[in-house]
Each structure stands twice: as C-alpha cells, then as structure tokens.
Design a protein around this ligand. Structure first.
Ligand SMILES: Cc1cc2nc3c(=O)[nH]c(=O)nc-3n(C[C@H](O)[C@H](O)[C@H](O)COP(=O)(O)OP(=O)(O)OC[C@H]3O[C@@H](n4cnc5c(N)ncnc54)[C@H](O)[C@@H]3O)c2cc1C
Length: 397
C-alpha cells in the first residue's frame, strides 16, 4: 500500500495514477472537504512577516487557483534534468487547457491588451483550465470558483477514488517514521499509518518541516514567485468582475497579467472610488530561492535582483495602465506577496531525479522539489512531475 500525504496538485495526481494502476493507495489530508466556492475559508493565517497565500483543504491551493496553465520553458525543464515532454500533451488533454473564447474577455482586459500591443509588448491570451460552459465571469477564481468551472485536484481525487483510493481527511501528518534509513510510515499525532512507500505532497512549507524532524537539511532555500498588483482608477470599468489573469505578457524573468486586488481598493476607496473603478496588472517575478523554512516561521529575502525585477516590471505595468487610460496620479501597488511556494526540497539536493529522498521509500510530489522558480504558474509542472513519479513507483511495485 502506498501512502500519499496531502491532496493538492502533486498529491492528487500521484494518487490517481497509482490507483489507476491497481495499487492500493491511501491519501492522508490535513484539511476538510469543502466545495470549490467555499475554498476561501481555508486560506491559512499568514506566517509572521510574510504574505504567503495557500489553502489547507482537500485539493489544496488548486481550489483557489486562477486557472492559469503554462508549460515551463525547455531551459527550465533541462535544469531539472528530467524529461517531462511526454506528459504535457496528456495534461493539456485531461485539463482541457485552452484560452477562453473572446466573449470571456471583459472591457478592462481588452483595454490592457490593446495598450500593451500599442507599447510593443507581445500580449497573449492566457491558457486556462477553465470550462467556458460552466464559467460565469465574476472575478472570484482566487476565492474558489462558485461555478466549479476550473480544473482542481478534486477532479483527480474523484478519479482516484473510482479506482479504490482511500482519502482520509482532517488528519495532519505530524511525523515521519524511519528505521535504518528506510521509511516505515507516518504519524498523525499518536495515530500510526504504516507503509514502505510514502509520498510526501503537503506543499513546500509542510514538506521541509516534516523532513527536518528526521534530520534532512530541507527548507534551506525557498522561492514564492513574489508578486505585486499595480493599479489605478478607471471609472466604472467593472474589471473586478472579469476573469482574472486572462492575458499574459511573458518576459525572461517575470510575467505581467491583468489582475484586480482588493488591496488596491483598500488604498483607493478613501477618494470615493468603488471596486468597479479599478484597473490593475499583476507583476510576478522569478525570484531567487533566498529564504528558508523554519519549524515556526518562513523567512524570505527580496534580493537586489528581485527588487530590480519588481521595479522594472512595475514600471512597464504602470506604462500599460496609463496607455489604457488609467489616471496616472491614482496608481498604487500592493505589497509584495507570494502564492507559489516552492524549492524547499530541491531535485539534486534533497531528492534525486526519481524524487526519492535519502530515506529509502520516501518520495516527494509537490512544489518543494522544483530546483528553482519556473517563473510561471507551476501547477502544470507539478502535475507532470507527479505523473512521472507515479510511473516510477508503478514500475517498482
Ligand atoms: C490564490 C492562488 C492562485 C493560484 N493560481 C495559480 C494558477 O492559476 N496556476 C498555477 O499553476 N498555480 C497557481 N497557484 C499556485 C498553485 O496553487 C500551487 O503552486 C500548487 O497548488 C502547489 O501544489 P502542491 O502540491 O505543492 O501543494 P498544494 O496544492 O497546496 O497541496 C498541499 C496539500 O497538502 C495538505 N497538507 C498540508 N500540510 C499537511 C500535513 N501536515 N498533513 C497532511 N496534509 C497536509 C494541504 O491541505 C493541501 O491539500 C495559485 C496559488 C494561489 C494561492
């Protein structure tokens, strides 16, 4: 029997693939079952001193994703030393990845796209795992979709259950049990779950904390794709209720995408503005892995290069907003935040290319294993790695 800890992007995928191969799987998940529309209730309290967004529930942070589906660059895949090419077409098919039809592009997004093109930036429609037949644009992707129109890990978990997987909820794994360099199972407080094959997928903050307890030097590096949202006033544009991040400008070390944030509204509401009066752009950088995970805190540094990238990208975002017709005097920015924690148990340092740790039978299938920030939304990459890991485990069993 294989134990999978965590049921998000990495955990759900590996559980589904292993169950489909006829192997007994138990998924142990810390969070509760929630409907996609209620996922915003599962956001974790912020770690001290760092604005890092993630949800603890069945399906993990996939429930609050913006539905952005980007295949990483060849250069990034090469940096992992793992051939994932054959998984991407499978993922595109399973998640039905496509840009949304033209009618799903609201006034604000269109203004941003036109302004970007005028300034010479190459702006594309964002590939999405959103079903247009279910989506009613409302701007609430990051709160959990009220229409359940996005792919989420719940889709893979349902498939896993169909093939006999057992999903145990509201059971945080607190310890890993090892003996003479081999995995024996995991603990949730006093309760023991035994297995000689354990796949950790509780996300890039929990995974290193569990590994540290058995003496592995995980969590010495940490990235989060630091982002800010820059925005200002354009009266009655109604952008806050459009599909968010529906377009993309990709640069070598950052991306820029149309984005509304309530943090902009907090700064602009005093002047009598409404949420519907704000037009914004997210600037998200490929940050350096400068940070660490400690048992009770997450430490993140913005390096000189991170700050340079944030400034450079924010300047471009400001120029696009002004070209689109935003009042230049109104432009403000949210503080830096993160929503893509990763790199805390990287390939080549904590896991080998089969994603196995130095503890025999203990594997990792979440964003921890990414050796550096891919600089793009990571779900597709995490799923591809999880599919490859499942294949490896199936071949051994
Ligand atoms: C607001 C927001 C929007 C995003 N939008 C996108 C997007 O559009 N596209 C994209 O590619 N990425 C997006 N991301 C990032 C993406 O959701 C994450 O990178 C991805 O889900 C990480 O996968 P994971 O498997 O590492 O962790 P998760 O998907 O978070 O899964 C971890 C799971 O482990 C569980 N868990 C935690 N601790 C324990 C424990 N001790 N015991 C048992 N279970 C535990 C959690 O409850 C969770 O279910 C977004 C993230 C956020 C927060």
């Amino acid at each position: 029997m294989v134990l999978v800890v965590g049921s998000g992007a990495g955990g759900s995928t590996v559980a589904m693939e292993i169950a489909k191969a006829g192997i007994e799987v138990t998924v142990i998940e810390k969070g509760p079952i929630v409907s996609t529309g209620k996922a915003h209730k599962c956001y974790q309290p912020l770690e001290p001193c760092i604005d890092l967004l993630n949800t603890v529930c069945v399906g993990g942070s996939t429930l609050v994703s913006a539905g952005n589906a980007i295949v990483p660059s060849e250069k990034f895949i090469e940096s992992m030393g793992i051939d994932l090419s054959k998984y991407f077409s499978e993922i595109k098919r399973e998640l039905n990845i496509k840009a949304l039809p033209d009618s799903y592009f609201g006034k604000g997004t269109i203004k941003i796209m036109e302004a970007s093109s005028k300034l010479g930036f190459s702006i594309q429609k964002m590939p999405k795992f959103i079903n247009p037949h279910k989506c009613k644009p409302c701007g609430k992707c990051a709160l959990g979709c009220p229409q359940n129109a996005k792919w989420t890990a719940l889709d893979y978990l349902k498939e896993a259950e169909k093939y006999g997987a057992n999903i145990i909820t509201e059971t945080p794994v607190t310890d890993i049990i090892i003996e003479k360099g081999h995995i024996l199972g995991v603990k949730s407080y006093e309760k023991i779950f035994e297995s000689d094959t354990v796949i950790l997928a509780p996300g890039a903050i929990s995974t290193p904390r569990l590994l540290q307890k058995v003496g592995l030097n995980a969590g010495e590096e940490f990235f989060m794709d630091t982002f800010v949202t820059v925005g200002g006033i354009m009266k009655d544009i109604g952008f806050n209720e459009e599909v968010q991040m529906n377009a993309l400008i990709e640069f070598e070390e950052y991306i820029i995408a149309p984005h509304y944030s309530s943090l902009l509204f907090k700064q602009l509401k005093n002047q009598g503005n409404k949420e519907a009066d704000i037009l914004g752009l997210m600037v998200k950088i490929k940050d350096e892995s400068a940070g660490r995970i400690e048992p009770d805190k997450v430490v993140k540094y913005n390096t000189l290069n991170d700050v340079k990238l944030l400034c450079e990208a924010s300047t471009k975002a400001g120029a696009i907003l002004v070209e689109a017709g935003v009042d230049p005097k109104s432009i403000v920015s949210s503080p830096p935040r993160g929503a893509h924690p990763g790199g805390t148990a990287p390939i080549g340092k904590i896991v080998d290319r089969n994603l196995e740790t130095q503890i025999k039978g203990l594997f990792i299938s979440d964003a921890s294993v990414l050796p550096q920030s891919p600089g793009i939304p990571p779900i597709v990459t995490i799923i591809a790695l999880a599919k490859r890991l499942a294949k490896h485990i199936i071949s051994k069993t």
